[in-house]
Design a protein around this ligand. Structure first.
Ligand code: ADP
Ligand code: MG
Length: 254
């Protein structure tokens, strides 16, 4: 776990408020002075309160947006290397991202049509639906008939079918019933191992981050306050803010 996949240096991201109520809003720094290394094959948890800048950092790492200043480097960045950096994302709101007219098989196959024939894309989609545990008799069904947990499985299959090596999971289980969360987390952990994936796992829920993460980065008001191996963070948090977050986990309260 010591090959770097991503290096972030002195990263800032500013947004101008969109509100009409303020004529000239001051730019707000959603990410501020971020320094972070992400290693190949690790699960890095990114935790923090709502609005702390987690999704912004995820979008910057995916290249969906550009930093206001600072650098993001992706490895390997030398010519002649076999593996390219290939990111994918899984969001919380899984139904919104799917064409409601398609069967889930075609939902998964659709992005593959850019590079594959329809038959090839559908074969691949079957394989990925199998891997995420969607039974064959459901492949022809439309997304609307699926439960939240099953939809998230389809969403994961679609991300996997692109053969990424880095996946940003932005609150992937936050919209699910607690009883379903564990099965999705287990699936994600199995897939991570099987496909040697690197995850940035974004969550506001520290107890979920603890289960899946090798390391955890704590974000507050656009800053990374602390990055530690998961158990070290729980055993020996370095920052007062992290201690407050840990104290707020219901199941950990004494
Ligand atoms: P989190 O994911 O931790 O809840 P976000 O990264 O979504 O936090 O947001 C961090 C801050 O940046 C918030 O104050 C949010 O309102 C602001 N922000 C995020 N995206 C935009 C945007 N596209 N335009 C303006 N402000 C934004
Ligand atoms: Mg967010």
């Amino acid at each position: 776990m010591d090959e770097r996949l991503i290096e972030v240096r002195d990263l800032d991201k500013a947004y101008r408020p969109k509100t009409f109520l303020r004529a000239k809003g001051e730019a707000k720094l959603a990410n501020q002075g971020i320094n972070l290394d992400i290693y190949q094959g690790e699960v890095l948890g990114l935790v923090g309160e709502s609005g702390s800048g987690k999704s912004t950092l995820g979008r910057l790492l995916l290249g969906f947006e550009s930093p206001t200043s600072g650098q993001i480097r992706y490895f390997p960045d030398q010519e002649g290397t076999q593996v390219d950096f290939k990111p994918q994302i899984v969001f919380q709101n899984n139904l919104a991202a799917m064409n409601p007219q398609l069967s889930v098989l075609d939902v998964v196959a659709e992005p593959l049509l850019r590079t594959q024939s329809r038959a090839e894309a559908r074969e691949a989609a079957k394989d990925y639906l199998e891997q995420v545990g969607i039974p064959e008799d459901k492949w022809s069904h439309r997304p609307r008939s699926f439960s939240g947990g099953q939809l998230q499985r389809v969403n994961i299959a679609r991300a996997l079918a692109d053969q990424p090596n880095f996946i940003v999971l932005d609150e992937p289980v936050s919209a699910l019933d607690v009883s379903v969360q564990a099965s999705i987390i287990n699936l994600l952990m199995d897939l991570q191992e099987a496909h040697q994936l690197t995850y940035l796992f974004i969550t506001h829920d520290l107890s979920i981050a603890r289960v899946i993460s090798d390391r955890i980065a704590v974000m507050k008001e656009g800053h990374l306050v602390e990055v530690q191996a998961t158990e070290a963070l729980f055993d020996n948090p370095q920052e007062a803010y992290t201690r407050d977050l840990l104290a707020a986990i219901p199941s950990l309260k004494v």
